[in-house]
Design a protein around this ligand. Structure first.
Ligand SMILES: NC(=O)c1ccc[n+]([C@@H]2O[C@H](COP(=O)([O-])OP(=O)(O)OC[C@H]3O[C@@H](n4cnc5c(N)ncnc54)[C@H](O)[C@@H]3O)[C@@H](O)[C@H]2O)c1
Length: 361
C-alpha cells in the first residue's frame, strides 16, 4: 500500500443547495468502512473491486448487504434498475439506510440514481476507484442512466453525504482506465489554464507509468470543478462549459458501441470541437494543431472512417443539449475561452463532420 502524504491534500467541502458534502482524502478505504460500519450501511460495489478485496468484503459480512456490479454501460440501462431496487428491498433497505458506492463512474451513476429515488431519496457515500471518478465525477451530484441507445438521458442531481478518496485504488487500473481519466482532466485544464494543460500533457508518459504523479493533478482538477459547480450547481450557465468535448465525444462512444472508453472519446470530442472552431475561424490553425498534437497522445487507436457518418449525425441529433433542432455544443476559441453555440445541421456542418471522419486517426 502506498503511504501518500495526505497533508498535501486538504479535505474540502462542496456547498450545495440540496445538501453540502465533504471530500475526504483517506489512507485506507477498508479501515474507513470498518470505522463507519453499522446496520444501516448498504453497498454497491464494482465487481473488479470486490474480486480484488473479496477476503475483506466476505470476512466482514459486507457481501450480505451488497449488490455487485459488472461496470459497463449495459449495467446503467433503464431495464436493470428494477432489478437493483428489488435486490436492495429484499435486503431490507429502508429510508434511514445509507448506501456506500465503491467503484468508478458507472457504479456511481447507478448508485446515486438509486439513492435519489428509493424512498424519495436516501443518503449515500462514494469511494471513487477510477481515475475518472476521483478527478471528476465524484463531485457535482449528477446521476445518469441510459435508455435504449441514449446515453445518460435519464438522471437528476443528488449529492453524496461524503466522498472518500483513497489513491491506492489507482494501482490496479489498466492503461485504458488511466487514459479515460486523463481525458476528463484535459477538459478541465483546457477550460481553466492552457499552461496547466501543456504541463499536464508534458507529463503524460510519466503519468501513465507512475500513478503517484497524478495525485496533484487530481486535486487541481477537483478544485477547478468545485469552483464552477458552486456557482452553477444545476448546469444552467458556466457549468455547461464542462460539456466541452462531450457532445462529439458521447456520440463517438455510442457510435462505437462503447469500444472507445468515456475519457478517450471526450479527448477526441475536444479535438472534434476544435476542428469545428478552426473551420469557423474562431481558432487559429496554429492553436488548433498544437492542441491537437497534445490531445492526440490520449486518442484511442480507433479509426472513425470505419463507422457510419449517417449514424453519427443521427446520434448528434438526439443530444440532450439540442434546442430547436440545432446541436448544442461548446467550442474553444482563440482567446482560450469556451462558449456555447447552437449549430444547424446544414450541408456545411455535415461536410465538416465528414471531413473530420476522413482524417481522424
Ligand atoms: N455522474 C457524473 O458526473 C459522471 C461524470 C463523468 C462520467 N460519468 C460516467 O462514468 C462512466 C465511466 O466511469 P469510469 O471511467 O470511472 O469507469 P467505470 O466505472 O466504467 O469502470 C471502468 C472499468 O474499470 C474497472 N475498475 C474500477 N475501479 C477499478 C480499479 N481500482 N482497479 C481496476 N479496475 C477498476 C471497472 O470494473 C470497469 O471495468 C460513464 O458511464 C460516464 O457516463 C459520470
Amino acid at each position: 500500500m502506498l503511504m501518500v502524504d495526505l497533508l498535501m491534500f486538504r479535505n474540502f467541502q462542496i456547498k450545495s443547495s440540496l445538501s453540502n458534502y465533504s471530500v475526504i482524502f483517506i489512507e485506507d478505504f477498508k479501515k474507513n468502512i470498518i470505522k463507519e460500519k453499522s446496520d444501516k450501511q448498504y453497498f454497491i460495489i464494482d465487481r473488479k473491486i470486490y474480486n480484488l478485496n473479496k477476503n475483506f468484503f466476505d470476512k466482514n459480512k459486507i457481501i450480505h448487504k451488497s449488490i455487485i456490479i459488472k461496470a459497463d454501460e449495459n449495467a446503467k440501462s433503464f431495464e436493470n434498475f428494477a432489478k437493483y431496487a428489488n435486490t436492495l428491498i429484499k435486503l431490507k433497505i429502508d429510508k434511514n439506510s445509507e448506501i456506500n458506492l465503491i467503484g468508478g463512474g458507472v457504479t456511481q451513476d447507478i448508485g446515486a440514481f438509486l439513492s435519489s429515488i428509493l424512498f424519495r431519496g436516501i443518503k449515500y457515500n462514494f469511494y471513487p476507484t477510477t481515475l475518472l471518478a476521483q478527478c471528476d465525477s465524484c463531485i457535482g451530484s449528477k446521476t445518469s442512466i441510459n435508455i435504449n441507445s441514449y446515453k445518460n438521458l435519464i438522471g437528476n442531481f443528488w449529492p453524496p453525504k461524503k466522498v472518500y478518496i483513497d489513491f491506492n485504488f489507482l494501482f490496479s487500473l489498466d492503461i485504458s482506465a488511466k487514459k479515460s481519466g486523463i481525458g476528463e482532466m484535459c477538459h478541465y485544464f483546457l477550460y481553466s489554464n492552457i499552461d496547466l494543460f501543456n504541463r499536464f500533457m508534458g507529463d503524460y508518459d510519466k503519468i501513465l507509468i507512475n500513478t503517484q504523479l497524478i495525485h496533484k493533478y487530481i486535486y487541481k482538477s477537483l478544485l477547478i470543478k468545485k469552483n464552477v459547480i458552486q456557482i452553477d450547481e444545476f448546469d444552467n450557465g458556466e457549468r455547461k462549459k464542462f460539456n466541452y468535448g462531450h457532445t462529439f465525444g458521447h456520440a463517438i462512444e455510442a457510435l462505437t458501441n462503447y469500444k472507445i472508453n468515456h475519457g478517450q472519446a471526450i479527448t477526441m470530442g475536444m479535438d472534434f470541437a476544435n476542428y469545428i472552431s478552426y473551420n469557423y475561424k474562431k481558432l487559429s490553425i496554429e492553436k488548433y494543431e498544437t492542441t491537437r498534437a497534445l490531445l492526440k497522445k490520449n486518442f484511442s487507436k480507433h479509426n472513425l472512417q470505419n463507422y457510419s457518418l449517417k449514424k453519427y449525425i443521427s446520434i448528434l441529433k438526439k443530444d440532450k443539449k439540442n434546442k430547436d433542432g440545432k446541436l448544442g455544443c461548446i467550442l474553444f476559441c482563440e482567446n482560450e475561452k469556451m462558449y456555447l453555440t447552437y449549430q444547424k445541421f446544414d450541408k456545411n456542418f455535415i461536410k465538416l463532420v465528414q471531413n473530420y471522419f476522413l482524417f481522424s486517426k
